[in-house]
Design a binder for this molecule. Structure first.
Ligand code: MG
Length: 212
């Protein structure tokens, strides 16, 4: 299975990243979704602790709604994309911001900064039916040591889940079990050893991650 991650999918996060990297060329918002991959070895499930890697001094959390693909598909039309998922989870797209910054400045891929072990935290899944809400109107939030740091609603996405599925499946066959991390709202920030991150969807606690 593969882990697809959508970059820059919430306007307020796009703005905070622009502010943080004024030295970097300002990319205009692309008309197509920008996505990258994490390897399956990046997965961290069942609220297992995250072990801070020794190769970075600036690991950041990015809380994201995650969609699991339930059927094989290629070249999926946007209007049929909703048939390819029925549940969501919360994930953290851990990012070694220092390594990512160096890679961006050198025009290199982000692979290490986004794909290291444990960088794809994933909660259990809950069906949209159980949540009683459509995929494009889900509230989600993250606390960092008990303080709320990220809050979003999937209606704020620049590219909808259906659009992402349609776009990505033009290039890569989607298989059952593939995951799509759908982007983060503003409020990303660094973690340190001893921290705890807790995430909710629709007020339901889904995820807990201790940093060790
Ligand atoms: Mg992300």
């Amino acid at each position: 299975m593969k882990i697809l991650c959508i970059a820059k999918n919430y306007p307020d996060h796009v703005n905070e990243m622009k502010k943080a990297s004024s030295a970097i060329v300002d990319h205009n918002q692309a008309p197509d979704p920008v996505f990258f991959l994490k390897p399956d070895s990046a997965l961290l499930q069942k609220n297992m602790p995250f072990f801070y890697p020794d190769f970075s001094n600036d690991v950041n959390y990015e809380l994201e709604v995650v969609v699991r693909i339930e059927r094989l598909g290629k070249g999926i039309e946007e209007k049929f994309a909703h048939k390819y998922y029925n549940s969501v989870a919360l994930g953290i797209d851990f990012t070694a911001r220092d390594i990512q910054k160096k890679a961006k400045e050198a025009g290199r891929p982000w692979t290490i900064s986004k794909g290291f072990d444990g960088s794809a935290v994933l909660s259990d899944f809950v069906t949209l039916e159980e949540l009683g809400k459509p995929i494009d109107n889900l509230d989600f939030s993250l606390t960092h040591n008990g303080e709320q740091v990220q809050i979003g609603n999937t209606s704020q996405m620049i590219h909808s889940v259906d659009r992402m599925i349609s776009y990505v499946s033009q290039f890569m066959t989607l298989r059952t079990g593939d995951l799509i991390y759908t982007g983060t709202p503003s409020g990303v920030g660094p973690v340190k050893i001893g921290d705890i991150l807790e995430g909710t969807i629709e007020g339901r606690k889904m995820l807990e991650c201790r940093i060790k």
